[in-house]
Design a protein around this ligand. Structure first.
Ligand code: KG4
Ligand code: ZN
Length: 332
């Protein structure tokens, strides 16, 4: 059985083919148009998806060595994400499913991020805790079995990736912020300043908050001025990154301890961060737990993870109605 997966929830236009054993192709076209704006511009994103989606699907099928007639089902992200962007992928998937007379499966983008771990390791078995940390979301989930998830905590304001992007904007180092801050932080001094690790009394025990940290960086930069900021830019990046990582690691392992779970998985764009991975490994070693993550191309948004989830549901004959609409605020 061959499933085509389509992902257009934010600023990556992606399509992939999964055949039940592996990805035959996973083409990702990242829209560069947003860079000069320091963040994703929704209108530009949906227009770019319209231009890119059919060439990306064509390239995916070419790479997989398949014709359209070989497709047994089409899976697509229907939320969460930007309404206009989701609509492009969803309309394309519906149109193709109808013309090819194959089933259509709407996929939750966050479930896709979780399943990227299964794509990396087909033997991965629940229960496990997964930390999804991306530009749009930061949440801790317990995967009880495949298809059965419990949300343990989530951000009450900014997502971790969003904090990286906003701090990068404050420092004037471009978008996306995560890779740029990670690079600067490599040579920075983490003892330069201690930024706050938020613990909100009103929030749940595993919830996150990053907006206070972002404001603390802004206040610091404004207080020292442009010249000093440039002089200490690596140190500021390192101290900010350390604060984000400390909270991500602490909440994840607290949840794992409280729920007596030994396997931890990482997902989403922030999971590419090497310092986060190292900190996770260090804490996992001390607490006798295992931590794993997908390859970088499967951490960030991609059609492969959507095709994989679609395959799982199609196998169980769980398909979606062609009336399915985008759900920008979809959750579990
Ligand atoms: O999962 P993703 O591709 O898209 C969303 O679903 O949001 O994640 C993108 C986010 C961006 O905020 C980006 O700055 C962040 O992931 N990111 C990183 C790194 N690479 C990407 N954050 C920290 N370190 C990185 N190396
Ligand atoms: Zn994502």
């Amino acid at each position: 059985m061959i499933v085509l997966g389509i992902e257009t929830s934010c600023d990556d236009t992606s399509a992939a083919v999964y055949n039940g054993k592996r990805l035959l192709a996973n083409v990702i076209s990242t829209q560069l148009v947003h860079r000069k704006f320091g963040g994703v511009v929704p209108e530009l994103a949906s227009r770019s998806h319209i231009r890119l989606i059919l060439p990306v699907i064509r390239q995916t099928l070419e790479q997989a060595g398949l014709t359209r007639s070989r497709i047994d089902g089409i899976a697509v992200t229907y939320g969460p994400g930007l309404a206009g962007s989701l609509l492009v992928g969803l309309s394309t998937a519906k149109g193709m499913a109808q013309s090819l007379e194959v089933p259509f499966i709407g996929v939750n983008h966050l479930e896709g991020h979780i399943w990227a771990n299964r794509l990396e390791n087909e033997r991965l078995t629940p229960p496990f805790i997964v930390l999804i940390a991306s530009g749009g979301h930061t949440q801790l989930m317990q995967v009880e079995s495949w298809g059965k998830y419990q949300v343990l905590g989530r951000t009450v304001d900014d997502a971790a990736g969003e904090a990286f992007d906003k701090v990068a904007k404050i420092l004037g180092i471009g978008y996306p912020g995560g890779p740029a801050i990670e690079k600067l932080a490599e040579d920075g001094d983490t003892k330069y300043i201690r930024f706050p690790r938020a613990r909100l009394k009103s929030a749940g025990p595993y919830d996150f908050s990053f907006s206070g940290l972002k404001t603390a960086v802004l206040n610091h930069v404004q207080s020292i001025g442009q010249t000093e900021t440039q002089f200490h830019i690596k140190d500021i990046a390192a101290c900010f990154q350390e604060a984000v990582i400390a909270v991500l690691v602490e909440n994840t392992f607290q949840a794992a301890r409280d729920h007596q779970i030994s396997q931890i998985c990482l997902a989403g764009g922030v999971a590419v961060n090497k310092a986060l991975r190292q900190a996770m490994i260090k804490t996992a070693d001390v607490s006798n737990r295992q931590v794993s993550w997908p390859a970088a191309a499967l951490c960030t948004d991609n059609g492969g993870m959507i095709a994989r989830v679609g395959y799982f549901y199609l196998k169980q004959n769980q398909t979606s109605s062609l009336c399915l609409s985008p759900v920008p605020a979809l959750n579990f």
